[in-house]
Write a protein that binds this ligand. Sequence first.
Ligand code: KIV
Length: 288
Amino acid sequence: MTLQAAQTQPADSSGKALYGGKGTRRISVHDIAAAKERGEKWPMLTAYDAMTASVFDEAGIPVMLVGDSMGNCHLGYDTTVPVTMDEMTLLSAAVVRGTKRALIVGDLPFGSYQEGPVQALRSATRLVKEAGVGAVKLEGGERSLPQTEMLVQAGIPVMSHLGLTPQSVNTMGYRVQGRGDEAAHRLLRDAKAAQDAGAFALVLELVPAELAAEVTRSLHIPTIGIGAGPETDAQVLVWTDMAGLTGGKVPRFTKQYANLRQTLGDAAKAFAEDVVGGAFPAEEHTFH
Ligand code: KIV
């Protein structure tokens, strides 16, 4: 959508729309379920700090994920694997503080839930109590069922994540998942298992569009696609990819809506040149 189209997009007449709606209270998982019933599509972005999150909140983004993609996009790691609970808690709390309306979902990092449901509950409880997130996300369908069930029973909303699950990069690599009948059936089974265990939404990463559409039709909880074609209920992008801040090669499924890398670099150079040439600070920046 163009910027002009975004500005003229009408809010839904009931005012309940996740994007473009009139509500100012924080969005809940009940609002997410209602959007699926209305057949409403919605956007999700990652966020890792209060200031960026406040920009997205003011833009009306209804759900933000404090993704473990912070590993690559914010903390300088090569993968998501090294991200710790301390890092996730600190940055999730910042995103919660920077927002008023969005539902904030904290990602459970690698090693914080794989031991079993009790470890998952301890980690998720920390994100809810210390950071104030409204939900958590974890990777895996059937393999993470006991964890999902335990969290849901404890009153913590869970977003599941299937397809490419970056925490398994060392066994899975970065390639499209769910190709071929057997893999597609396994993914569909995993998706239903996550729903049955009580997950309120499901991320589908890097799966064929036809399979994502079938999963979306089969579930009553919303699917959130990233590299999963146009027929999922929602779409998520890593914000640094979306805004053109990420350096180097970005995945084919992302769309760049700005070129922040260029803009920031130009601003830094202009500042440096002003300092070196004596143009900054000028009289209006100076106290006497
Ligand atoms: O960590 C993350 O940013 C994610 C999204 C890509 C869904 O898991």
